[in-house]
Design a protein around this ligand. Structure first.
Ligand SMILES: Nc1ncnc2c1ncn2[C@@H]1O[C@H](COP(=O)(O)OP(=O)(O)O)[C@@H](O)[C@H]1O
Ligand SMILES: O=C(O)C[C@@H](O)[C@H](O)C(=O)COP(=O)(O)O
Length: 326
């Protein structure tokens, strides 16, 4: 099966949420305390997904709020240079700053991120800054779960979803759970369920679904899909790191995607590169099996490189990897 999208749209994908800054450690295999230099990239999960989509040749747009300073200018310019429509990215006029993410590469398997996200500009996006005429130009709206963490961004996202549903735009919900942005897991569970139940496609790691389901241990994929398929959802993707991923359809069909082993430099960036290539395949009308391969191949390429955004692969690189491993 493949996803049916309204083809008569200017944009393939519009993402809503944070566009921020990643500062990735230049020195490998050492703790943050001993890391002296970092390379700056544009970051933020939905921004990374928009950048990945654009690199794959999709027409991408972005809705979000950035700081009115040099970092905001850098983010907007970089996204524009990558071919993303930035007309609906607004500057924060109240002095809120764009978020910073520092990365630590202790070893290829032990990576962590340290986020500076207190009062960040992206969480001050207001519902009045979300434009229905813009959203209705898209085939899909990509919603990042982190944008639901606080008001007014929460209402802005709920407004965007309403506009999407009214205008036959598929809602893709990337759970994108970042604990430090939320007050409590109870609050996360409430908003994740609310949005997942309204979404056409839900993508997340098993751990993220566990948060949504208020579980303290690893949950059961069958229970997750049973719940979501009672609502609006038509495709559920559950990722299990190096153990691969699954795409579930309401008729009981399950597709399994294998991870493509590689020489891993760092583990972050996997989820965003996976999402952009998975969604690219859906937009191009490919079947779910192929979309899983695209997602996995893209992630495999990005975990072997230094950044999340700048490292996003081309269609040719993805197809070559899939060919080599088939
Ligand atoms: N170490 C790895 N090597 C190769 N592919 C990986 C690796 N880790 C993750 N992936 C791929 O990226 C996908 C998403 O990774 P996962 O860790 O589940 O998501 P997230 O980065 O959102 O936590 C996986 O389904 C897998 O295909
Ligand atoms: O999402 C962020 O704000 C941080 C990202 O830019 C960072 O590159 C990252 O952590 C990506 O990891 P992923 O979500 O596993 O793709």
């Amino acid at each position: 099966m493949s996803l049916t999208l309204n083809q008569d749209r200017e944009f393939d994908i519009i993402a809503i949420g944070r566009a921020a800054i990643d500062l990735n450690a230049n020195e490998y295999n050492r703790p943050m305390e001993e890391t002296m230099t970092f390379t700056k990239y544009v970051g933020g999960s939905p921004a990374n997904i928009a950048i990945g989509s654009s690199k794959l040749g999709l027409k991408a747009g972005f809705i979000g709020k950035i700081s009115q300073d040099q970092h905001g200018n850098f983010i907007k310019q970089y996204m524009q240079d990558k071919g993303i429509d930035t007309s609906n990215i607004v500057f924060d006029t109240d002095g809120h700053k764009s978020g910073l993410t520092f990365t630590e590469i202790l070893s290829p398997e032990e990576c962590s991120i340290l986020m500076y996200r207190d009062k960040v500009a992206d969480l001050y996006l207001d519902s009045t800054e979300v434009n229905e005429d813009y959203i209705k130009k898209a085939k899909m709206l990509l919603v990042s779960g982190t944008a639901l963490a606080q008001s007014p961004s929460r209402e802005a996202v709920l407004q965007a979803i309403q506009y999407a549903k009214k205008n036959d735009v598929k809602v893709i919900f990337e759970l994108d759970y970042r604990p430090y942005t939320w007050k409590s897991t109870e609050e996360t569970a409430i908003y994740y369920s609310l949005v997942a139940e309204q979404s056409d496609v839900v993508i997340g790691t098993r751990d993220e679904y566990d948060v949504m389901e208020k579980l303290n241990s690893t949950g059961d994929n069958e229970k997750t899909i049973h719940h979501l398929f009672q609502h609006h959802t038509e495709l559920v993707v559950i990722k299990h790191g190096v153990d691969g991923s699954y795409a579930y359809e309401p008729d009981g069909t399950v597709h399994r995607g294998q991870a493509y082993k590689t020489k891993v430099l760092k583990t972050f960036g996997a989820g965003d590169s996976y999402a952009s290539a998975f969604l690219y395949a859906l937009i191009k009308g490919k079947d779910y099996e192929t979309a899983l391969k695209f997602g996995s191949a893209s992630a495999s390429i990005v975990v072997s490189k230094h950044s999340s955004s700048e490292a996003m692969p081309t269609v040719e690189e993805i197809e070559q990897l899939i060919r080599e491993r088939s």
